[in-house]
Design a protein around this ligand. Sequence first.
Ligand code: PMP
Length: 456
Amino acid sequence: NQSYDDIKRMDRDGVWHHLTQHSVFEHKYPTIMARAAGMNIWDIDGNQYLDAVSGGLWTVNVGYGRERIANAVRDQLVEMCYFAGVSGTIPGALFADKLLSKMPGLSRVYLSSSGSEANEKAFKIVRQIAHLRHNGQKHKIIYRERDYHGTTISTLSASGQEERRGQYGPFTPGFVEMPHCSRYRSQYGDVHDYGERAARELEAVIQREGPDSVGAVILEPITAGGGVITPPEGYWKIIQEICRQYQLLLILDEVVCGVGRTGKWFGYQHYDVQPDIVTMAKGVASGYAPISCTVTTEDVFQQFVADPADRMAYFRDVSTFGGCASGPAAALENLRIIEDESLLDNVVDMGAYLMDRLLELKQRHAMVGDVRGKGLFAGLELVSDRHTKEPVAEAVVAGIAADCMAHGVIIGRTNRSFQKFNNTLALSPAFIANQRDIDAIVDALDAALGRATGPV
Ligand code: PMP
């Protein structure tokens, strides 16, 4: 029976926070969130907020307080919480079957418990295939500037965000960067074929490194934390062609975009592309249980079973919490809710409404340089001069986010973006958002932008 003051003291004195720069060093000590329902959340002092970022990091996709998921997890924990090693689990099988029904062309699901782990598994598959099939060649993995793939040393080695890589070097060898694909920050000026040119950068990197040494490329369908960068027209078709030509495995990191966020089950399904490996985490169980997946084609899977001598390679990886039955139990119920409530349709409808309203903001606030997004996933890149596209100072972005929060709406910020400034705001409300919710979010943002600049 601790008092709230005691809890705040324990948090302040004992917890090493994530993302503390957003609060500890800029404004005040992190808020402690205590209770939530639907899209609303209350802090320990009883202040209410409308959550426009689905749990801070685009995760609680079906909203808070879902009894169906809570009951599915509880029932599974009582039935059998965990087993791994010599067995599968019932929810693991049911979830894999249902997930694969949403992913034509893919056929195997590996379970783990975080996005980083799911990406590490993908990298290990590439390295194993290099050993099994290419004599150790084709081991390099290309990643893209601005993309992010996780917190571990190897996933950071594959992340194109200097601000996240920070002081963690030396990095894992064999990861090579290719340029970003933000048309707004075009590297080639105002060209009509931006998408194709940006995609051809992949080929340039392959040629530079030597085609025999490169085995895979990992990309986010929409770069999330690096600035909500939607792919330019024509991009994916060329990427796919290059992957086929040079026999690269195409790994898509759907940790943010996956499981409905963009209005289709997976972000890549909007585009002309078929991946070999897809990773996902965050919204897989909407934050009710930690679970992530690495999903592969039958072709990738067969590399490990075709020859009896290779079979040990298939089993070599053991993730303890891949055997945790509550994760797939929660994830299965999450998928059922999205289906039963037709939430993908709502993401499409409300996403279009959100985009319309944000484009209105762009007309009224000179600071809004670019508005991008897909489904219920949107970014506003803020500039101090629309002509030069000079990013606003980081403190301005932080101030707008803090202003919205002070007025009861939690919005997100992406990581430091172009030219090393953090100048993009991110919105990713839960799939249950209605027009009133979107209006409340955009109105708060409108007011905060007005206080920051005054209307044009
Ligand atoms: N990939 C992407 C695109 C992400 O945004 C994140 C998390 N922000 C990760 C991977 C890593 O996931 P996790 O934090 O669950 O390890």
